[in-house]
Structures are given as structure tokens and as C-alpha cells.
Design a protein around this ligand. Structure first.
Ligand SMILES: [Zn+2]
Length: 303
């Protein structure tokens, strides 16, 4: 578990063929929507109807039960069933309660995890990008929900994803660096992370963020995997890096408090004693820490 790429990431498990070639095929889209076998995922403010027994699963509806509104083609499964997403009031379905990615993203099966991640990302993007950045005119959805077009200047706009690096930094004694953001609960700890800036590579972003946040230079920056994090629109890119030269930690108080190195024993004892709370298994942070730790952390929450 301590070698190789990350094997399991909760929000990177989608199984559908996204069939991008059908997104501009109006006849295909109409036929798919007219098919009672088609399934629709309705999302409202990042949540969807979820049935929890016997295990969490999305409650999908046929097109006739979906609210009116723009539709987004999410993909097609191996049996040829088409899946759409739409935003609107959640349908009343017996035995379901609304659930979002934080609550159920790690518990859903692969198909449903991918559907919800995709739909939540599109819902947020459409909701927050209604106007043309060039001329301010209200844009229109196109390409089955994967583009918006300005009717005035015909400019095309695609869903945005903001790359963010997250890195497990180890020192020469193979201890990991955990820190707390100033806004976090007092016992919360995680590894360092930050957004990639314009004109910067991923590796440069890793080194810059670690230097800015705790004053430590790093080397051997290594990519291990990624997962979408549409909360609201990030792509988390996971790395390991080694602290270079035993430079002492000097946290930037605006970004970091309580930065410290932990051995495996120290981490286990701190969690068991309730002194710190580690990230939940939904996050790539937890997967990076578990990979270093060599298995599940103590008190891993069940959501
Ligand atoms: Zn425009």
C-alpha cells in the first residue's frame, strides 16, 4: 500500500461512457429522452434523492418524472441505457432522502458516484456562469449541457475546473507534515494543499505552496493520482514530496496553525487520544495519509 499510485478515490470511479459525440446530435438526444428506459438524476443545490437501504444508491427517475429544465447528457452504460442530469426540485420518492457528495460520495457504487460527481459539477457551473465573460449577455446551454454559447458574439464557454495540488510531505525520518488551517476546528489536521497559479506547473505549485505555508523547501515531487472535487469546481491532484535539508517549520500564520511532523505511532496515538481528527476517507488527503500509514487510520469515520 505504500508503493505505486493511489488505488481508490471516492469521486474518481465513474463507469459511464460519456458519449461526447452524441452531445450535438439532436435526433439522438430526443430519442434518448423519449425512451422510458432512460434514467435521470435530479440535483438541487448539490444534493440528489438517495435510498439508503440496503446500501446507498441514487434514486433515478424516468424522463417523464424529471422536472422541466435544461438537461445534461451524463453518459451511456454498457446496456445502452442513457443517463441525463438536470437541476430542479427533487422528486418525491418514497424511501429516499436528499444526499450530497460529502455524505454519500464514498458510499455509492462506482456508477452512481460518477453520476453524482458529474451532475453536481455541471449544476454548479451552469448556476454560476450564466453571463458571457466577454460581453455580459446571458449565455445559453449547448452541447447537452457541456457548453454555454453567447447569442450575441457566439463565443463558446466550457465547464471550468480549477486544479489544486495536495501533497503529503515527509522528512528524512519518514514523518509526515500535518497542519491546521486557521478556520478549521481546533482538532482538525490535514496535509498541505493549494490552487495552481497561472503560469505554473503542478510540480512548481507543490514546491511553492509548501514553502509559502511552512517555509520548507521540497524535492522529489511525485504525482500519485487525482479526483474531481466539485465543491465547487476543483480537481485535486495528489503528490508526495520530500522535505529538503532539515529546514525547521515556520508556518505562515495567515494560512497555517499547528504545523508538526508525525511518526506513524504519534499519529495513531494522537487520533486515538482524540487530540486530532484526520481527514475523512472521501478526500484524497486521507488516501495519501493511509498509503503512507499502511492501512486504515484509527477512528476512520463511517460518514
Ligand atoms: Zn458575449
Amino acid at each position: 500500500m505504500t508503493e505505486g499510485p493511489l488505488e481508490w478515490l471516492a469521486l474518481a470511479r465513474g463507469t459511464l461512457d460519456r458519449v461526447a459525440l452524441h452531445r450535438r446530435d439532436d435526433a439522438w438526444l430526443e430519442a434518448a429522452w423519449a425512451d422510458p428506459g432512460t434514467r435521470v438524476l435530479v440535483v438541487e443545490d448539490g444534493r440528489a434523492p438517495v435510498s439508503y437501504e440496503p446500501r446507498p444508491a441514487l434514486a433515478l427517475v424516468p424522463p417523464e418524472r424529471a422536472p422541466d429544465g435544461d438537461r445534461w447528457l451524463l453518459g451511456v452504460d454498457d446496456d445502452g441505457t442513457a443517463y441525463f442530469g438536470t437541476s430542479g426540485p427533487l422528486p418525491e420518492i418514497e424511501g429516499t432522502r436528499p444526499g450530497g457528495l460529502r455524505r454519500v460520495g464514498a458510499l455509492l457504487d462506482d456508477r452512481d458516484s460518477g453520476l453524482l460527481t458529474h451532475a453536481v459539477a455541471l449544476e454548479h457551473w451552469h448556476g454560476s456562469n450564466r453571463y458571457c465573460p466577454r460581453c455580459g449577455t446571458e449565455t445559453r446551454p449547448a452541447s447537452a449541457g457541456h457548453m454555454r454559447v453567447c447569442p450575441k458574439d457566439e463565443s463558446q464557454h466550457f465547464p471550468r475546473v480549477d486544479p489544486a495540488v495536495i501533497m503529503l510531505v515527509t522528512d528524512e525520518a519518514d514523518r509526515i507534515l500535518l497542519a491546521r488551517g486557521p478556520q478549521w476546528p481546533a482538532d482538525r489536521r490535514s496535509i498541505l494543499a493549494g490552487f495552481v497559479e497561472p503560469g505554473e506547473s503542478l510540480e512548481q505549485a507543490v514546491a511553492r505552496e509548501v514553502k509559502e505555508e511552512v517555509g520548507v523547501p521540497v524535492r522529489d515531487v511525485r504525482y500519485l493520482g487525482s479526483q474531481p472535487w466539485p465543491l465547487p469546481q476543483s480537481l485535486m491532484l495528489g503528490f508526495t514530496a520530500k522535505a529538503d535539508g532539515g529546514v525547521p517549520l515556520s508556518p505562515d500564520p495567515e494560512e497555517i496553525t499547528d504545523a508538526a511532523w508525525y511518526t506513524r505511532d504519534e499519529l495513531r496515538e494522537a487520533i486515538e487520544a482524540g487530540d486530532i481528527v484526520a481527514p475523512g476517507p472521501l478526500s484524497i488527503a486521507a488516501q495519501l495519509i493511509m498509503r503512507w500509514y499502511g492501512g486504515d487510520l484509527p477512528k476512520m469515520p463511517d460518514f
